[in-house]
Design a protein around this ligand. Structure first.
Ligand code: NAD
Length: 514
């Protein structure tokens, strides 16, 4: 088994920047092409976080070969023994939490407190899924025939391809890999290129926890080459993808052709609804956190705020005032509340939406600029941006922006708020602020989303409940909670006939009056 240090090649004359390989069959190795790419810090585009293997289909093939070799022994390993390795991983993640969080902040920009939260989600998930090693519940049900036993058990799917985005670079891979592993699958993991360092560190930790060679493999590189090669390999039985709806549609389409299981966690256009009886102080704190936490780059970020006309003016004023106080900067500084966005192209795409909003006639209440002065000069910083007078059908109210931009929409009633909240193609997270218990329950019933919050913003999921969305946000699967196990197992139904004779279900009637 290779050690952590073996994963780090010499710096290749690039100062202290290190070069990292793929992790295949328990060994760190260069891409077959020998080429690398750089991961750049969001806060300083001149800072290279690391060089990573620029992989292609041959590397994916080698990883799948390794996973295939490892699979039989791994699926035969008792689930509680598989789980022990996840407990160990949880401990190692705890020990390296700070190091991992700092790498994350450097690499993709989220502020350190949030980066620690990202790692904590992985720790929580490791412990939760380790517990599953002693559950993995199936069912026993009565048979309609005498002396016959009926049960279902879970079987692993086989080799799982894990394709992840950059915005939760430790949490999201953990949500996928940990349930897949405890259920007895082998994994080939492709992290987003922008967060390859986080991906490498996570795999180093899993390797240190003692997973056998081939059970976990890491291949770094782009979606078109590495991601698609994973999707296309017939020996990869399931793909678990989190990313944009555009990529989801493409990957799911291909998986459909190949009859391959695919779970997609995709975009969102999440909304907070603020009713006339809402506790405004609570709303303002929630709206700021939901809109500008992780610089608005959460799939659950609050990108619409639907406010009752009676509180509209008050909300707009207080929200802008509170937003003005946010401290922007490098997320490594303890007092910074909003960090940079992930990269230049994301920055430009966010800013395009600001221009679109202006052209559509929305009122720019605050922000709207890319920051280029002083400490922001080399980073990817966008001001927190608030649009008022947004109409529900404007593009900034319909399309995912994935940055610190939020749209305030005025409504005249509770019913209209529900209609507007539900009026997008997405359905990840919706929230209702009200003091009225009847309206709260009505909102829980009527909001069309995988996640509903009452008197809390659209972000803040915990790992013990299912996570995912409806409509264009997903394709019916859920991560986290016990639901995650369904994504990574096949049901096997087993009948044991101990009557000693042929019994025909639905044909032989059991006589009750012998
Ligand atoms: P993205 O869709 O660009 O990329 C996601 C992953 O897919 C990356 O690893 C990428 O390399 C890979 N990929 C790209 N093209 C591919 C292809 N043709 N075949 C296979 N793989 C391919 O998304 P991103 O920019 O990394 O992340 C932001 C998006 O992720 C947002 O839309 C956000 O809403 C979404 N997201 C959703 C959730 C959720 O749970 N619903 C959580 C986090 C992020």
């Amino acid at each position: 088994m290779s050690t952590k240090t073996e994963s780090r090649d010499k710096a290749e004359g690039k100062g202290t920047v290190q070069t990292y390989g793929n992790f295949i069959d328990g060994k760190w190795q260069k891409a077959k092409s020998g080429e690398t790419f750089a991961s750049i810090s969001s806060a300083d585009q001149n800072e290279v976080v690391g060089h990573f293997a620029l992989s292609g289909p041959d590397d994916v093939k080698a990883a799948v070969d390794a996973a295939e070799r490892a699979f039989t022994a791994w699926r035969r390993t008792p689930a509680p023994a598989r789980a022990e390795l996840l407990f160990k991983a949880a401990q190692l993640l705890e020990a390296r939490k700070e190091e991992l969080a700092r790498t994350m902040t450097r690499e993709m920009g989220k502020v350190l407190k949030e980066a620690r939260g990202d790692v904590q989600e992985a720790i929580d998930m490791a412990k939760y899924m380790a517990g599953e090693g002693r559950r993995l519940f199936g069912q026993t049900v009565p048979s309609e025939l005498p002396n016959k036993f009926a049960m279902s058990v879970r079987a692993p799917i086989g080799i799982v391809g894990v394709i992840t985005p950059w915005n939760f670079p430790v949490a999201i891979p953990s949500w996928k890999m940990f349930p897949a592993l405890v259920a007895g699958n082998c994994v080939v993991f492709k992290p987003a290129t922008d967060t390859s360092a986080c991906g490498v560190m996570l795999v180093e930790i899993l390797n240190e926890a003692g997973f056998p060679p081939g059970v976990i493999n890491l291949v770094t590189g782009g979606g078109g080459k590495v991601g698609m090669a994973l999707v296309n390999d017939p020996r990869v039985h399931a793909i678990s993808l989190t990313g944009s709806t555009t990529v989801g549609r493409q990957v799911a389409g291909r998986c459909g052709e190949l009859m391959k299981r695919i779970s997609c966690e995709l975009g969102g256009k999440n909304a907070i609804c603020v009713m006339e009886d809402a506790d405004m102080d609570l709303v303002i704190e929630g709206a700021v956190w939901g809109s500008f936490g992780t610089a608005g780059q959460r799939c659950t970020a609050t990108s619409r705020i639907i406010v009752h006309t009676k509180r509209y003016k008050e909300f707009c004023e207080k929200f802008v005032e509170r937003t003005k106080q946010l401290k922007l900067g490098n997320g490594l500084d303890a007092d910074v509340e909003v960090g940079p966005v992930v990269n230049r192209s994301q920055l430009e795409s966010i800013h395009e939406y600001v221009e679109i909003g202006k052209k559509e006639g929305a009122k720019l209440l605050y922000g709207g600029n890319i920051l280029t002065h002083g400490e922001f000069a080399n980073g990817c910083y966008h001001e927190p941006t608030i649009f008022g007078d947004v109409k529900p059908d404007m593009r900034i109210a319909q399309e995912e922006i994935f940055g610190p931009v939020t749209a305030i929409i005025e409504v005249k009633s509770f019913e209209e708020a529900l209609k507007v909240a539900n009026g997008t193609d997405y359905g990840l997270s919706l929230s209702m602020y009200t003091q009225d218990v009847n309206r709260a329950f009505m909102a829980m019933q009527e909001l069309e989303s995988g996640i509903v919050y009452i008197n809390a913003p659209t972000i803040g999921a915990e790992i013990q409940l299912p996570f995912g969305g409806v409509k264009q946000t997903g394709n019916g699967h859920r991560e986290a909670g016990v639901a995650a196990i369904d994504q990574f197992t096949e049901w096997k139904s087993i009948y044991v006939d101990y009557s000693g004779r042929l019994q025909k279900a639905q044909i032989d009637a059991y006589e009750t009056h012998e």
